[in-house]
Design a binder for this molecule. Structure first.
Ligand code: B12
Ligand code: SF4
Length: 317
């Protein structure tokens, strides 16, 4: 039986596991579906040096999108005029980066192709029926660049995207633009993705009515099954499985620059905004409705699955 692979690409934070992937893996495991989570972000950090990775992902302003620019040539091919425009207009004029910093960004960009080749050579793609990418912050272009290579080399693998960069109409438009992305799961995917994954593993996703929250293609057209159903009973969520993160963390040079952090999710949406939405708010997208775990479950949530530096897998509190 083939497996599901979930990936967190550059420039995902080194110091935190991907909470969405950790929850989805735990849920798939409940459903009896074999799933691996990998962090190629650590591989790239090792290639560049963890300090250089942190500089791009945390020190440079997020909306300069230098991390995404590092992978644009790998995705789109050479576009010298667009690159010159980006360097002059965005990095120099808007963000006032000096020549030394621009040279640093360019040096990171020069490593992108080697990193993607390494991913293609080192991951056993034939084990997987579905490869899912989480994309928040500056993860979109690196993820799309790898997805394109996977689809070219292994057309049978279904490519799925999710995460904040694929929320709502952004997800539908990105799906329309990138034909090598088979499905997107905008919004909360705790129900939509496990259902889709089961259908894909059975080879039964074509021609059936898909659950809400799926963007798919039919006859070349991008279609959507509508908004995902948000989780109502937060207590019913599984405990996230962070074991892959801690394994990769302990094998990487991340500890040179950061301290790993475990995320504890106690609620979703906004208690205040649910009653009186602030006019400037863009924080919670389509899922503003407030839902919380019970006190007992939120406390129990502090039990996590991890793998420590000595390689052992343990629960912790
Ligand atoms: C907690 C939080 C933080 C925390 C931790 C972030 C983290 N978790 O990594 C902290 C405080 C560090 C933080 C910082 C920032 N944040 Co913040 N943050 C959030 C917040 C409130 C919740 C994120 C979360 O963990 N949700 C719970 C998990 C379970 O949800 P999830 O990861 O989205 O996963 C679900 C789905 O997306 C989907 N999914 C996810 N991946 C995949 C993959 C596949 C294959 C599939 C099928 C589905 C899927 O399924 C999951 C389960 O339902 C969101 C807003 C929100 N409500 O989502 C903003 C948000 C993520 N943050 C945002 C921003 C802008 C920032 C900052 C840049 C702010 C700033 N100016 O400094 C920084 C950047 C930090 C960095 N570079 O690392 C934006 C990101 C916009 C974007 N398009 O990427 C958001 C969406 C808020 C917003 N609307 O503006 N943030
Ligand atoms: S800005 Fe948004 S998230 Fe913050 S309190 Fe207001 S409605 Fe809630």
């Amino acid at each position: 039986m083939k497996r599901i692979l979930l990936l967190s690409m550059p420039f995902g934070a080194m110091e935190r596991p991907a909470l969405g992937l950790s929850l989805l893996k735990a849920r798939l495991t409940w459903d009896g579906i074999a799933c691996d989570v990998r962090y190629p972000s650590f591989t790239f950090a090792d290639l560049l040096g963890a300090e250089e990775y942190q500089w791009i992902s945390s020190a440079l302003p997020y909306i300069a999108f230098a991390g995404d620019w590092c992978f644009t040539e790998s995705l789109h091919g050479p576009r010298p005029a667009a690159d010159a425009g980006y360097l002059a207009e965005v990095l120099q004029k808007t963000w006032r980066l000096g020549a030394e910093d621009i040279a640093r960004v360019k040096a990171v960009r020069a490593m992108a192709g080697e990193f993607l080749d390494h991913c293609m050579a080192c991951i056993p793609w034939e084990d997987y029926a579905v490869v899912g990418f989480t994309s928040t912050f500056e993860q979109n272009i690196a993820s799309l660049a790898l997805a394109k290579r996977i689809k070219t080399a292994h057309p049978c693998i279904a490519i799925v995207f999710g995460g904040a960069n694929w929320e709502g109409e952004m997800g539908e438009e990105l799906h329309r633009q990138f034909s090598f992305v088979d499905y997107a799961c905008p919004g909360e995917a705790d129900e939509s993705f496990p259902a889709l994954a089961a259908l894909l593993l059975e080879g039964a996703a074509k021609g059936v009515v898909l659950p809400p929250g799926i963007v798919f293609r039919d006859g070349g057209r991008t279609l959507s099954t509508g908004r995902a159903v948000p989780v109502r009973n937060m207590d019913a969520l599984p405990v996230p499985d962070f074991s892959d993160y801690f394994r990769e963390w302990s094998e990487s040079g991340g500890s040179l620059v950061a301290v790993p952090t475990v995320l504890i999710e106690t609620s979703r949406g906004c208690w205040w905004g649910d009653k009186s939405h602030c006019t400037f708010c863009g924080l919670n997208g389509a899922t503003l409705a407030y839902r919380s775990k019970s006190g007992a479950r939120a406390g129990g949530n502090a039990v996590f699955v991890g793998s420590l530096a000595d390689g052992s897998h343990r629960g912790g509190r």
